[in-house]
Design a binder for this molecule. Structure first.
Ligand SMILES: *Cc1c(COP(=O)(O)O)cnc(C)c1O
Length: 399
C-alpha cells in the first residue's frame, strides 16, 4: 500500500471566501439571538441569573411541567429506554405510538391519526405526499412558514391570497383549471391570534372540489373543549371530521410535550405512511415521549383543563381589552409597534422590568408590522397579567 501524499496547507485553515461572505452576520437591528434559559419554574424563566416573568411560551395551559406528563415520560423511559432506535416503517413504531394514534382518532373524530415528531415535519409530509406539480395550492398570506415550505417543496403551483379574504380566494379558485386543489390555512394565526373562517373555507372546498389542510397548532388544546378550532366552530359532526379535511395539531404547545398529529380520512393517512418522505425517512419519536403525549391527551379532556382553558382565555380578554381590541378567542395577543427598532426597544424596556415578551420582526411578520407577541398561559395569575399591562402603560404603549 502506498501512502497517500499529504498536500501541504498553504495558510491557516479558513472558510472559503464565498462561505465567509455568505455567513456574514446580518446588521445588529435585525440579528436574532438565543437567550440561554437556566431554569424554568411555571411561567418564570431564569436568564443570566435573573428570574423573569415570561409571556413567551406556547405552553398555554401550563401542562409542560405537569406531574401527570412527566410521570408518564419517566415510566416510559423505564419501559422503553430513551430512543426509538429506528423509523416507524422499520422497527421504531411501538404500542406507545399506536396508543396515541388510536386515542387521538377517537377523541378528535377522525378515521385515523398519525404521530410525528414535529409539526414542521407533519406539514411537510402532508403537502409533499399529497400535492405535486399538477396540483394548485391556495394559501393564506399569513400562514405559518412550514406550510409555505411544504408547498414549495411539493412542486405545486402556490397561490397566496390576502389574509382571510374569501372573495379573493374564490376568484383564484374560479380562475384555476387544475383538477387537483388544496387550500392551506392556519386555524389560529400564530402571530395575530385570530381565527380563520374555517366553515366558509370548507364550503369553498366543497364547491371547487378541493382538499383543506388546517394547521391547528394554536387552537388545539385551547379551543373546542381542547379538541381544537374545528370543534370550536361545530365542524366535527356526529359522523366525525369531513373526509376532505386534514388537520395538523402540534403537541409541543398547549399539550405541553412535543410532536404533532395529522388527522384525516384513512386513505389519506395511509398515503402518508406509504409515501411521505418526512415520515418515512426519520427516526420515530422516543416511545416515552409518546407515553407523555397520551397522558397529555387524557389530561386535556379532564375537568381541571376545562378550568385552565377558561382562565387563559380570560387573561387574553383582559389584555386585549387594554392592548389590541377585538375578540379574544386565543391566548396570543399581538401588540403592533411598526418598526423593528421600536419593537426591539420596547421588548428591552420590558426585560429591564423583569418581563420577557418576544419582539417579532419581519420576515416572520409582514414588513412594517413588527410587534410584541404576548403568549398567555393558564399558569399566569391575573396579577401577573396586570403587571404586564401596567408596564405597557408606563411605556405609553396602548396597542
Ligand atoms: C409551531 C407551529 C408549527 C410547527 O410545529 P412544531 O411542532 O413546533 O414543529 C406549525 N404550524 C404552526 C402554525 C405553528 O405555530
Amino acid at each position: 500500500m502506498s501512502a497517500v501524499p499529504l498536500h501541504p496547507v498553504a495558510a491557516a485553515p479558513a472558510l472559503p471566501v464565498w462561505m465567509a461572505a455568505q455567513t456574514a452576520p446580518p446588521p445588529l437591528a435585525s440579528r436574532r439571538h438565543r437567550r440561554v434559559v437556566q431554569a424554568v419554574d411555571g411561567v418564570h424563566l431564569t436568564v443570566d441569573g435573573r428570574r423573569l416573568l415570561g409571556f413567551c411560551s406556547n405552553d398555554y395551559l401550563g401542562l409542560a411541567g405537569d406531574p401527570a406528563l412527566s410521570d408518564a415520560a419517566i415510566r416510559g423511559i423505564g419501559r422503553w429506554g430513551v430512543g426509538a432506535g429506528a423509523s416507524h416503517l422499520i422497527s421504531g413504531h411501538t404500542s406507545a405510538h399506536q396508543a396515541v394514534e388510536d386515542h387521538a382518532a377517537r377523541w378528535l373524530g377522525c378515521e385515523r391519526a398519525l404521530l410525528f415528531s414535529s409539526g414542521y415535519l407533519a406539514n411537510l409530509a402532508v403537502i409533499t405526499a399529497l400535492a405535486d406539480r399538477g396540483t394548485a395550492i391556495f394559501a393564506d398570506r399569513l400562514n405559518h412558514a412550514c406550510l409555505n415550505d411544504g408547498a414549495r417543496l411539493s412542486g405545486a403551483r402556490l397561490k397566496r391570497y390576502p389574509h382571510g379574504d374569501l372573495l379573493a380566494l374564490r376568484r383564484l379558485l374560479e380562475a384555476d383549471a387544475s383538477p387537483k386543489k388544496w387550500v392551506l390555512t392556519d386555524a389560529v394565526f400564530s402571530m395575530d391570534g385570530d381565527l380563520a373562517p374555517l366553515a366558509e373555507l370548507l364550503s369553498l372546498c366543497h364547491e371547487f372540489d378541493a382538499m383543506l389542510l388546517v394547521d391547528d397548532a394554536h387552537g388545539f388544546g385551547v379551543l373546542g373543549d381542547g379538541r381544537g378550532s374545528l370543534a370550536e366552530l361545530g365542524l366535527v359532526g356526529a359522523e366525525g371530521l369531513d373526509p376532505r379535511v386534514v388537520v395538523m395539531v402540534t403537541l409541543g404547545k398547549a399539550a405541553g410535550v412535543a410532536g404533532a398529529l395529522v388527522c384525516g380520512a384513512a386513505p389519506v393517512i395511509e398515503a402518508l405512511v406509504q409515501g411521505a418522505r418526512s415520515y418515512v425517512y426519520t427516526t420515530a419519536a422516543p416511545p416515552a415521549l409518546a407515553e407523555a403525549v397520551l397522558a397529555a391527551l387524557l389530561r386535556l379532556a379532564d375537568a381541571d383543563c376545562t378550568m385552565r382553558r377558561a382562565r387563559v382565555l380570560a387573561h387574553a380578554r383582559r389584555l386585549r381589552s387594554f392592548a389590541a381590541g377585538g375578540l379574544a378567542i386565543a391566548p396570543i395577543v399581538p401588540i403592533l409597534l411598526g418598526s423593528d427598532a421600536r419593537a426591539v426597544s420596547v421588548a428591552e424596556a420590558l426585560l429591564a422590568r423583569g418581563l420577557w415578551v418576544p419582539a417579532i420582526r419581519p420576515p416572520t411578520v409582514p414588513a412594517g408590522t413588527a410587534r410584541l407577541r404576548v403568549s398567555l398561559s393558564a399558569a399566569h395569575t391575573t396579577e401577573q397579567v396586570d403587571q404586564l399591562i401596567d408596564a405597557l402603560k408606563e411605556l405609553q404603549i396602548d396597542g
